[in-house]
Design a protein around this ligand. Structure first.
Ligand code: PEP
Length: 257
């Protein structure tokens, strides 16, 4: 059985002091989460403080991005080795804001995925279509292209250590979430692709998260879908009580009592 994964993407929110308060509140609200794995991805500047706040707890630390090189003349960038040194276990890659605002290409994202894996980080590759692409019936084509390109050249054992987040661009930060049925349809399609790109076993064990305007009151509808293995939460992860509720709703799927 796939244990649901709930990841908070804090985006560019929170001073170190604010991040500490939020991390402590989530940690205290999820002392012994059963049937769910939880991770928080604060801004780079708050990674160390959040890492300290959740040390010894089952909550994992993640980053929102990384560069593909280990070090060098890349002003403003952060390498995977720098993230693992701070205790990061996972990294979001190819988030739609990185793709659309910062013009990251599939090729760059692919290099980042490979670099993250080389350093023992678990990459969560984000894929998703725009409203216009969905209107044109291109949803499957777009997510397939992003997945194939993002994982290009990976060995099956490397794909085993990956996760995917299906995040329709039109649902991110808009308050307009996909329906559970829309998410389930795309997740099913992605799982079929994982079977082809990795193996049947990998497709069975790999987690595919849904992201896009997930809140405490709609999280349960997604995780009721057999192919939705947790959620990636942006705005709602900045509210500790709401995020804890989301994690508990997903835990119900993971067999928590
Ligand atoms: C995200 O940033 O990955 C996200 C899903 O944002 P929101 O939950 O705010 O839509």
């Amino acid at each position: 059985m796939r244990v649901p994964l709930v990841v908070g993407n804090w985006k560019m929110h929170g001073t170190v002091a604010e991040a500490r308060i939020l991390a402590h509140a989530v940690r205290d609200g999820l002392k012994r989460p059963r049937g769910v794995e939880v991770a928080m991805c604060p801004p780079f500047t708050a990674l160390a403080a959040v890492g300290e706040a959740i040390a010894g707890s089952p909550i994992a630390l993640g980053a929102q991005n990384c560069h593909w090189e280990d070090k060098g003349a890349y002003t403003g960038e952060v390498s995977p080795a720098m993230l693992t040194e701070l205790g990061c276990r996972l990294v979001l890659l190819g988030h739609s804001e990185r793709r659309h605002v910062f013009r990251e290409t599939d090729e760059e994202i692919n290099r980042k995925v490979a670099a993250a894996l080389r350093h023992g980080l678990r990459p969560i590759l984000c894929v998703g279509e725009t409203a216009e692409q969905r209107r044109q019936g291109l949803t499957f084509t777009v997510v397939e292209g992003q997945l194939r390109a993002g994982w290009a050249g990976l060995a099956s054992a490397e794909i085993d250590r990956c996760s995917i987040a299906y995040e329709p661009v039109w649902a991110i930060g808009t308050g307009v979430n996909a329906t559970a049925a829309q998410a389930a349809e795309v997740h099913g399609y992605l799982r079929g692709l994982v079977s082809e790109l990795g193996s049947k076993d990998t497709a069975h064990s790999l987690r595919i998260l849904y992201g896009g305007s997930v809140k405490a009151d709609n999280a349960g509808s997604f995780t009721e879908e057999p192919d939705v293995d947790g959620v990636l939460v942006g705005g709602a992860s900045l509210d500790a009580a709401g995020f804890v509720t989301i994690a508990k709703k997903c835990a119900a799927k993971g067999g928590a009592s």
